[in-house]
Structure formats: structure tokens, C-alpha cells
Design a protein around this ligand. Structure first.
Ligand code: PLP
Length: 295
């Protein structure tokens, strides 16, 4: 099947393969009109030894943490692994030349039955690495800073904000992306109301300062990225020390290199912030991309 979709029934632990192009989601599903659910997007990299889901375990651990933050039932890892593997097999059968694609998997609170109980619903489908990602990997991106509207480290005082959970409520993130585009930038960079750099709408930020790799602390109010953690796990091999840090916009502008990192992008150089050029470290960009793709 060229456009496969897998529908998951978390209650029965079963799933079925169907067609992404056919109608599937009732409008009464709480994901559709409340964004009440969670998701992950993983990169699948196909090499000589077969397909690898990059940071598979990190993604699933975050998926479980997101479920817990939203009081959703604990997802069954074996079930979701079978779903992902089935999709990889479908993509490979349809296009054996495809060496890189994403898989997006989601769990919705679903619909309420007559007794008031929720019937959860899951799904997963492949997503291509599109042209704008390939261009960004090669040429880097520009960004404008945007006030995120809350102070840093507010999450522990306001857990209902679900900071750090990867929910299906991305309208704000989408709006930030449109705002950046309207201001001739490729990306937005969220900054806390009190001036601490946080993240992009769908990516984390890493900078290099001398022999240090620095990234905003997830506790400051952002998603803990699987790509950022994968890169940090390799810092020592790169001769670098990796740390969380509270960064200002000036810190980013003065960096020896800066990157937007996420599963689908891998690592792309941030070459300009609010009209200020940022140093490019091409060697490290290449190394990051190799580490993430595993080739
Ligand atoms: N921050 C946000 C808000 C995101 O949506 C994402 C991913 O989509 C990231 C960071 C990067 O996370 P990861 O590296 O796990 O893809």
C-alpha cells in the first residue's frame, strides 16, 4: 500500500492496516476538536543493516511520560513497536529505495461512550522528509525570536500547562511558524517572558561555546528533545562537554555555532537570529547529522 495508515485500538491491544487517504477519524474524537492527545515523530534511517528507528526508546519513554501528564492510559510498548515495524515493512515493500522517512504515531483520548468512559484511539503513518527539510540541512535556517508568554521554570508551579508533554495541541506552535514566515524567517525561536531562550516550535536549540555544547534546560519550559539528548550522549566522542544552561538571545548570537535539532530535521545550522549572523560550524553540523542518521 503506498499510503498506509495503521489504526490502533489501545483497549484491545490490536491494530489494522488501512489507507491514509480514506476517512478515518470521527469529528467527535477529542483529538479533533480539543487537541486532546499525544504524539511522537520518529526518523527511520535505512542502512546496510536494515531500518533503524532513531532514538526509538527515547521517543517511547517520552510518549509514556506525555500519556502520564495527560492522564491517558499507559501505552503498551510491545503494541506500538509492532505498529511501527509493520509500517516500516509497508514502506520498504512499496519503495525499496526509500532510505529515510518519518513515522508519526499518536494516541487520542478518543470518544466518550454512553457511560462517560473514554475509548482511546491510536494511529500511525509514514511522513516523508520533505524538500524544505533537505534544504535546511544543507543551507541552515534563519530565525526570529518570539515571546512564549510565560516566565521560565513555570512548569512545576503550573502542571496543567503540560509543559514538556508532546500533545496534539500545536496551534500555537503553528502560528509561531507562520509569524516567522511573515517576518521573512525560516523559524521562530521562543523566549520566556523573562528573557530565557527556550526552543523552536518543533525543534530544540543547541549552541557551541568553545568546547561546550549548551542547550536550554527542559525544566525552563520546553520539550526535552530526543535529538538533543542523542547529540549530548555523543558529546564526549566529539571532544566537547555538554550542559544545560539558561541562555539569553545575546548568548545565541555570540555562539561559535548554533543548531535547530529535531527528529526529522536532524541538525540544521542556525545562521541568523533577528537579523544577526551567527558563526557556522560546518564540521560539527556534518558530525551531528551523521550521528543522528547513524551513517
Ligand atoms: N520541541 C518541540 C516543541 C517539538 O515539537 C519537537 C519535535 O517535534 C522538538 C522540540 C524536538 O524533539 P525531538 O528531537 O524529539 O524530535
Amino acid at each position: 500500500m503506498t499510503d498506509p495508515l495503521i489504526l490502533v485500538n489501545p483497549a484491545t491491544g490490536t491494530f489494522e492496516l488501512t489507507d491514509l487517504r480514506s476517512a478515518q477519524l470521527p469529528v467527535t474524537d477529542l483529538s479533533a476538536h480539543r487537541g486532546d492527545g499525544i504524539f511522537e515523530t520518529v526518523l527511520v534511517s535505512v542502512g546496510a543493516h536494515g531500518a533503524t528507528v532513531v532514538s526509538r526508546e527515547r521517543h517511547f519513554t517520552r510518549f509514556r511520560a506525555s500519556a502520564s501528564a495527560l492522564d491517558l492510559p499507559d501505552p503498551d510498548q510491545g503494541l506500538w513497536d509492532r505498529v511501527i515495524d509493520s509500517l516500516i515493512a509497508e514502506v520498504a515493500a512499496a519503495d525499496p529505495e526509500n532510505v529515510e522517512f518519518g513515522i508519526r504515531y499518536a494516541l487520542s483520548r478518543g470518544e466518550q461512550d454512553a457511560n462517560g468512559a473514554f475509548r482511546g484511539r491510536g494511529w500511525a503513518f509514514p511522513v516523508p522528509v520533505d524538500d524544505h527539510i533537505r534544504t535546511a540541512r544543507e543551507q541552515g535556517v534563519t530565525a526570529v525570536s518570539l515571546d512564549r508568554g510565560f516566565d521560565a521554570y513555570i512548569g512545576s508551579k503550573a502542571p496543567w500547562l503540560l509543559i514538556g508533554a508532546k500533545t496534539l495541541s500545536y496551534a500555537v506552535n503553528q502560528a509561531a511558524g507562520r509569524y516567522a514566515a511573515a517576518n521573512d524567517a525560516d523559524e521562530a525561536l521562543f523566549v520566556s517572558h523573562d528573557g530565557i531562550v527556550l526552543e523552536g516550535p518543533t525543534a530544540n536549540l543547541i549552541i557551541r561555546r568553545g568546547d561546550h555544547l549548551l542547550t536550554p534546560n527542559p525544566e525552563a519550559g520546553l520539550l526535552s528533545g530526543t535529538t538533543q539528548r542523542l547529540i549530548f550522549d555523543h558529546a564526549e566522542d566529539l571532544g566537547l562537554r555538554a550542559e544545560y544552561a539558561d541562555l539569553s538571545l545575546d548568548d545565541v548570537k555570540a555562539a561559535d555555532g548554533a543548531w535547530y535539532v529535531s527528529s526529522m530535521r536532524t541538525a540544521v545550522a542556525l545562521r541568523e537570529l533577528d537579523g544577526n549572523a551567527i558563526s557556522i560550524d560546518q564540521t560539527l553540523t556534518d558530525r551531528f547529522q551523521e550521528i543522528i542518521r547513524g551513517r
